[in-house]
Design a protein around this ligand. Structure first.
Ligand SMILES: [Zn+2]
Ligand SMILES: [Zn+2]
Length: 193
């Protein structure tokens, strides 16, 4: 479990290198994270007029994300829900999950679940001491994904088409999952150029 956000490991946080200004409180020099959210009450933001006109935010600081004044984008929420069993729908509305940075998938937001809970996003590449073979493929978008082992995809930058690799671990058991999505109809698999 991350020390900043429960469902995103610290090393996997989508922090922005350049724009170190929060779009909600306008504090400078603090860590800002990618979000996909709408300001609920403009009067609580640093620039209420701007917040009224442009309620959509792309980045915000940890305390604003957790403040409850930023609502996760509804499309994102619905897309996540569509990939989950009904019994887990309340989990994504839980502040621990709803009030976190935005983790983008290439196609639809297929966030793995395990042990009646959502899993924790841990990044794109296993940690140095992690065994690739301990990860299970999560609902492959095509047989050309499932036919390969996780290590076949690395190093990721050698894979040609647009893709996202998302790795997750269960917060309750030892299970780990990889979710690979790509663009390109006739993709041959992770053959390195
Ligand atoms: Zn802020
Ligand atoms: Zn589990």
């Amino acid at each position: 479990m991350g020390t900043h956000f429960s469902y995103i490991a610290d090393q996997a946080l989508p922090s922005l290198e350049e724009e170190e200004v929060c779009q909600h409180c306008e504090q400078e020099g603090i860590k800002a994270y990618a979000v996909r959210a709408t300001i609920l009450d403009p009067s609580l933001s640093a620039d209420p007029e701007l917040a009224e006109e442009e309620p959509q935010l792309n980045y915000a600081c940890e305390s604003c994300i957790k403040s409850g004044n930023l609502a996760l984008d509804e499309d994102y929420l619905n897309d996540l829900k569509a990939s989950l069993p009904k019994g887990l729908h309340n989990r994504i509305e839980n502040p621990q999950f709803a009030h976190q940075p935005y983790i983008q998938f290439l196609h639809h937001n297929d966030w793995p679940f395990c042990c009646h809970d959502l899993t924790e996003y841990i990044g794109e590449t296993p940690e140095a001491d992690e065994d690739y073979a301990t990860f299970t493929c999560w609902r492959p978008m095509s047989p050309s994904v499932a036919d390969y082992a996780l290590q076949d995809f690395y190093p990721l930058e050698n894979i040609e088409p647009f893709f996202t690799m998302r790795l997750f671990r269960c917060l309750h058991c030892a299970a780990k999952y990889w979710n690979f999505q790509y663009s390109g109809l006739l993709w041959p698999g992770p053959t390195h150029s």
